[in-house]
Design a protein around this ligand. Structure first.
Ligand code: FAD
Length: 411
């Protein structure tokens, strides 16, 4: 069996893996990215948040993404029965990017992986990591190629960016159950043929089921006249709506109100896909010579499109910490990686919880149209600025959201 040595092995070439790879390769480290699939490959998770733009920029990948000509995005629209609210990210309180993209992930992930390779990372496909062994000065990974060949790579450090593959969580028994109940998502792509001139393609549309408020829908316009549509809710309620994912998705979309109306001429271009019980967690994000990035560590919920932004944030924090460690500095992975990452993750956790207990839905639909200071701060978090230490709606969201709801106003 062949054996190589390298500075860093990254498991998985999704957004967190490629961004970490680009960041480290650009600083001169030998980086191997081992990806099980072949790109381009479909992935869910298509609506980005503006905060992700500066993270892509720090990895040197923003220009590659801009050249991908993805659908522009400047906010989020919410709909519940006749209630509607359109949030414009330009109204956020934080400085920084106010706009971003809605991306076809097959193309987006390929662009990021190619960008990482252009900076010097070696990216291989059809390669699955099957074993992790600690060594005196790092770790050794066992890799099985789809053609049956096997090899080992010794690395000073391993970053697990394997998403729901959850490679190190499984191999090192780090799994911890998520606090969230098992929800189900059913989704597909359509050629949307939307002709309604009042529909804003630059915003994700989040609709709440008019009667069952635990069920919500996404409509994410993509480039080239396509849209991603999906419905999320308690597994039993989705399964009661139809005998298979296709009938569940379209049966529930028929009850969605405005979303159903704008999609009146849509044509399905991908079979319905489904994910159940996707929320996951681990009991620690790092250990001797390894750290977990993105979904390989924790995934909360799709409702505020935070997944890719959190994945990129984890990649940049780990990249900065490793760069310092390789330069001989002492890195405290708790203080320099896990704790700062969790600030924003926990802010999003509070928003997800208050979405499902109904309080955030009430705040969103009660908001006046004009931008108040409180509204700016909430929009800031929804634009991904969940790590903003100057924003009390990011640092102490539960208390501040509860106060807003109690007051019944946002000014
Ligand atoms: P991934 O993108 O999952 O990449 C992991 C990679 O690792 C894959 O390419 C996989 O093939 C590879 N891999 C797995 N196992 C192995 C192995 N053993 N060896 C080698 N390679 C391996 N996020 C948003 O930001 N916006 C959204 O609108 C959004 N919508 C979502 C909707 C749903 C229903 C769900 C469930 C999630 C959604 N997300 C969204 C979340 C988003 O998809 C993820 O957070 C994001 O893809 C995480 O990126 P990642 O790099 O951590 O992992």
């Amino acid at each position: 069996m062949s054996e190589q040595t390298t500075d860093v092995v990254i498991i998985g070439a999704g957004p967190s893996g490629s961004v970490a790879a680009a960041y480290l390769a650009a600083r001169g480290y030998a980086v191997e990215v081992v990806e099980r699939a072949h790109f381009p490959r479909f992935s869910i998770g298509e609506s980005l948040l503006p905060q992700s733009m500066s993270l892509l920029e720090e990895a040197g990948l923003l220009q590659h993404v801009i050249e991908g000509k993805f659908q522009f995005k400047d906010g989020a629209a919410f709909r519940r029965g006749d209630q509607e609210q359109s949030l414009d990210f330009n109204d956020k309180s934080a400085s920084g990017w106010s706009t971003t993209f809605q991306v076809k992930r097959d193309l987006f992930d390929q662009i990021l992986a190619e960008g990482a390779a252009a900076k010097g990372a070696r990216v291989t496909f059809g390669d699955e990591v099957t074993r992790f062994v600690h060594t005196d000065n790092g770790a050794r990974l066992h890799i099985r190629n789809e053609n049956g060949t096997e090899r080992e790579i010794a690395a000073k450090f391993v970053l697990d960016a394997s998403g729901f593959g959850r490679v190190l969580a499984r191999l090192l028994s780090l799994d911890k159950p998520s606090d969230f109940p098992a929800r189900k998502a059913v989704f597909c792509h359509v050629r949307d043929n939307i002709s309604d001139p009042t529909f804003d393609r630059n915003k994700i549309l989040i609709s709440v089921h008019p009667q069952k408020h635990a069920i919500w829908y996404w409509l994410i316009p993509l480039a080239d006249g396509l849209s991603s549509i999906g419905v999320v809710g308690p597994q039993a309620e989705l399964e009661a709506a139809g005998s298979n994912p296709q009938s569940q998705l379209f049966g529930l979309v028929a009850q969605s109100g405005r979303m159903h109306d704008v999609l009146g001429n849509a044509e399905q271009v991908r079979p319905a896909g489904t994910l159940v019980g996707y929320a996951c967690n681990v009991d620690r994000l790092y250990g001797p010579n390894y750290a977990l990035l993105g979904n390989a560590a924790e995934f909360l919920d799709p409702v505020f499109s935070s997944g890719v932004t959190i994945a990129l944030k984890s990649a940049i924090l780990a990249g900065r910490a490793l760069d310092r460690q390789f330069k001989g500095e002492i890195v405290d992975w708790e203080a320099d990686f896990e704790a700062p990452l969790k600030l924003g993750v926990n802010a999003f956790r509070a928003y997800v919880e208050s979405w499902y207990d109904g309080s955030l839905q009430d705040i969103i639909f009660a908001q006046p149209r004009r931008a108040t200071e409180v509204k700016r701060k909430i929009i800031s978090v929804l634009a991904g600025y969940a790590w903003d230490a100057s924003n009390p709606f990011a640092t102490d969201p539960r208390r501040h959201l509860a106060q807003v709801r109690q007051l019944g106003r946002v000014a």
